[in-house]
Design a protein around this ligand. Structure first.
Ligand code: UDP
Ligand code: MG
Length: 320
């Protein structure tokens, strides 16, 4: 039997939270009855600095339910950091942790399958979205384009897998050894290299509330996903530079020929064009290099990823 903890990040989720806790409780009771998970399994809700009544609801659920635990971050730190806060705190409370968004858009039926895969010896079980029909068209399109771009850029990640996954305690302990500040879990976890499996995840629509991932947050995640793991963009610029030098040689030959033949004109327009073109590419190059310097700047500061304000738990802390 597996002592399981689910970890769900919550940012302004007062509309869905109670329903989600209800559905998870039902699932827990089924799995306990089937002898899949232990009685002292837990569901951990991480309040990521919500401005609504999310934390009040978590506190109430904690008092009402033996399963519900709460972690209250001191301010909004974003989805990835909230998951990390939950996993790193709850890893001492369970044998395995499943991260699932608080809106439960992911497939609850996948959870028992993940637990079985864990019992079969897998440290990591990825939920892979097999159907995104519940997602709006733009979201589906941008997400899939993002996964493709990412793999072209050489980031090792699982296609159509977001942050719905099971991690064993061993995997979590290894993850804790990654001191980096720009965390992108979808790239870090495959890097652990532990035995893994995948299960299907059929997405459903949000039952209530709205998506907290707007376009700028999605672009931010996409940019992080690439620049935290790949230095290929820098090499693309480098190659472009080489191509430009080759072109410059060709133009040089053309100019020499024009001089010899005597057709050379004061080529002001082409000169200006080149200046702008080259200037533009130089700027792009500086920009991309700048992104990496920005990352170095953040990493060397080694700021904590989050600060926990309160913890509500039914778990008995193990000393290890
Ligand atoms: N979330 C969070 N902090 C944030 C933004 C989102 O903890 O700053 C949580 C949110 O409560 C949800 C999950 O991250 O549980 C995914 O967000 P959402 O459902 O809005 O994204 P989508 O499913 O539309 O990608
Ligand atoms: Mg969602």
């Amino acid at each position: 039997m597996v002592r399981l903890a689910t970890v769900s990040p919550c940012y302004n989720e007062e509309e869905v939270l109670e329903e989600s806790a209800r559905r998870l409780t039902k699932l827990f009771e089924q799995m306990i009855a089937e002898g899949l998970i232990t009685q002292d399994s837990l569901m951990v809700f991480v309040n990521d600095g919500s401005r609504d009544h999310t934390w009040d609801i978590i506190q109430r659920l904690y008092h009402e339910s033996p399963y519900v635990c709460g972690i209250n971050l001191s301010r909004n730190r974003g989805h990835q950091n909230a998951i990390m806060a939950g996993m790193m705190t709850a890893r001492h409370w369970a044998d395995a942790i499943i991260t699932i968004d608080a809106d439960l858009q992911d497939d609850l039926n996948a959870i028992p399958k993940m637990v079985r895969e864990f019992s079969n010896g897998n440290d990591i079980v990825y939920g892979v979205k097999v159907s995104r029909t519940a997602d709006p068209w733009l979201k589906r399109f941008s997400a899939e384009a993002f996964y493709r771009l990412q793999s072209q850029m050489g980031v090792e990640s699982i296609f159509n897998h977001a942050d719905f996954r099971l991690l064993s305690r061993r995997a979590l302990d290894l993850l804790a050894e990654y001191p980096e500040r720009n965390i992108y879990l979808r790239g870090m976890i495959p890097a652990l290299g532990l035995p893994s499996a995948t299960v299907d995840d059929v997405l459903s629509e949000r039952t209530a509330g709205t998506s907290k991932y707007n376009l700028s947050r999605m672009l931010g995640l996409a940019l992080d996903g690439i620049t935290s793991f790949s230095i290929r963009p820098i090499y693309l610029i480098l190659n472009l530079g080489i191509i430009f030098i080759v072109i410059a040689f060709a133009i040089g030959l053309y100019v020499i020929r024009a001089l010899i033949v005597g057709t050379a004109m004061p080529g002001w327009s082409s000169l200006m064009l080149s200046i702008w073109l080259v200037g533009g590419f130089v700027l792009i190059g500086i920009g991309i290099t700048g992104i990496y310097i920005g990352k170095i700047y953040q990493e060397v500061k080694r700021r904590p990823l989050y600060h926990i304000q309160d913890i509500l738990t039914h778990a008995h802390e193990e000393m290890d």
